[in-house]
Design a protein around this ligand. Structure first.
Ligand code: ADP
Ligand code: MG
Length: 445
């Protein structure tokens, strides 16, 4: 029985690594996969954090791998070593976290975005230290804390790391993380439903409030007004506020002066692009997490070619991993050159909406006229939402312009699309890899 189980375990994990390399983690080797009893396979995780990750990112791939390994239509149960399961409404069994903040999926918190997984270099030393300090004693040291820097430099990673650390230290703390767009959507929804009281109660009774990408608040006056009052209530109660943006508060066009001055009243810190050493360290760390071995010259090559941010490094590693597992090739200089393209020396291009549509029609196999048309079928809606998301990330067009371009839609449709894509990106690693591939193609032209 023991050997049967061991070989089942090896087969399931092997299938998973080959078919879904991006979701695999080094600690998968600590999992136990137990044989079917009455058509059921049990996967035992070492702790609640691992179990949460499996439930959020690996449920379907693991079921498919278990079915392929046994040749039967088995179901899969995910448990802790004592046989208990994580209940989503009652929260994590091991720490009695109240339902408010237990469910990391409510806030789309990424299980890997912890301080342990963050590489500290000259570029982000201060931001990292201040986030650590804030998670150790929220509301007392730097309030508010405002971290800014361009895309892919680790702002979201640091905010999620605060979430993990505050809750590790005090499981009962009420920690809320959301993007400014989610805040805005909740606010609009609350207004429409006449539920402003409960909206205010929800946002004004937290110990730590983190709002990511506040630059997106810029064009929304009523939301800014609401946020101003939320901010004041929390601040006066000595609750911690952490914000991130793509530029310092005073440079965010359309952000009201009173918010700019509130944001500036705490600590404002910049994250710079990573230097060579930091890029190499990030590559090594991400490889270790994926149990991916890459030779030193390959790591050097990637770190030399991709200089602007960590997200690009991660995208390159994902593509490299997929190419090597799908085609059973060793990771060497030939493969990495192929993967990054021969000689496109990282020129920063001006990306246009037309470039985005060109790549999306190609990768999703849809027609241009569909993207700009009125049809709402799922097969068209997703690529159209991806286009809107990318246009928001890479171009400076307004929400109205983007909506208008894609079939005369209004700005709320663009916000909705943006939120859906971001949430899916945070929770679905296969989709994340697909988006990164598209983003890399966009940058490389
Ligand atoms: P931002 O929010 O600034 O656009 P993210 O936090 O989303 O960037 O980071 C993009 C990716 O790069 C994430 O996968 C994140 O884990 C990774 N990353 C960024 N900076 C670091 C770092 N210093 N150490 C490890 N990973 C990093
Ligand atoms: Mg971010």
């Amino acid at each position: 029985m023991q050997t049967l189980n061991q070989s089942l375990q090896a087969t399931v994990l092997d299938l998973l690594r080959r078919r879904h390399p991006a979701i695999c983690r080094a600690w998968f080797s600590e999992l136990t996969v137990e044989d079917a009893h009455g058509g059921e396979i049990t996967v035992v995780a070492a702790n609640a954090a691992q179990l949460t990750y499996l439930l959020e990112h690996c449920r379907r791939p693991l079921v498919e791998a278990a079915q392929a390994a046994t040749g039967r239509l088995v179901s899969v149960r995910f448990v802790l070593p004592d046989g208990s399961e994580l209940s989503t409404d009652a929260g994590e069994d091991d720490d009695n976290r109240p339902s408010f903040e237990k469910d990391s999926s409510v806030f789309c918190i990424h299980g890997d975005y912890t301080f342990d997984q963050f590489v500290v270099g000259l570029c982000n030393r201060m931001a990292h230290a201040s986030c650590m300090a804030v998670s150790e004693s929220p509301g007392t040291v730097y309030n508010p804390l405002f971290i800014y820097g361009s895309v892919g430099l680790g702002k979201t990673h640091l905010l999620h790391a605060i979430w993990h650390k505050v809750l590790d230290r005090s499981p009962a703390a009420r920690v809320m993380y959301l993007s400014s767009e989610t805040f805005m959507n909740h606010f609009i929804e609350a207004m429409e439903k006449g539920a402003l009281d409960s909206f205010r109660f929800r946002y004004r009774h937290v110990d730590v409030l983190m709002i990511d990408d506040v630059q997106f608040l810029s064009s929304c006056e009523r939301t800014q007004d609401e946020f101003f009052h939320t901010f004041n209530t929390l601040y006066q109660a000595h609750k911690q506020i952490v914000l991130s943006g793509d530029r310092p508060p005073s440079e965010i066009v359309g952000l009201e002066d009173r918010l700019v001055s509130r944001f500036n009243s705490g600590l404002v810190l910049r994250i710079d692009p990573p230097c060579m050493e930091t890029r190499l360290a990030i590559i090594r760390k991400k490889c270790r997490a994926r149990q991916m071995e890459i030779p030193e010259d390959v790591a050097m090559y990637i770190a030399t070619r991709l200089k602007s941010n960590a997200r690009e490094l991660e995208g390159a590693l994902n593509r490299l991993h997929s190419m090597s597992t799908l085609d059973s090739r060793v990771i060497d200089m030939n493969l990495v050159r192929e993967c990054l393209g021969q000689d496109s020396s990282e020129v920063r291009r001006q990306i246009r909406i037309q470039d985005i549509m060109g790549i999306v029609t190609d990768k999703f196999d849809v027609k241009l006229s569909d993207l700009q048309g009125r049809r709402r079928s799922r097969s068209i809606a997703l690529p159209r939402q991806v286009c809107m998301y990318l246009a928001r990330q890479f171009t400076s067009h307004s929400l109205e312009e983007i909506g208008g371009f894609f079939g005369g839609r209004d700005h709320t449709t663009v916000l909705h699309a943006n939120r859906l894509v971001r949430e899916r990106r945070n929770t679905d690693p296969t989709f994340q890899a697909r988006l990164e591939d598209i983003e890399a193609s966009l940058r490389q032209g």
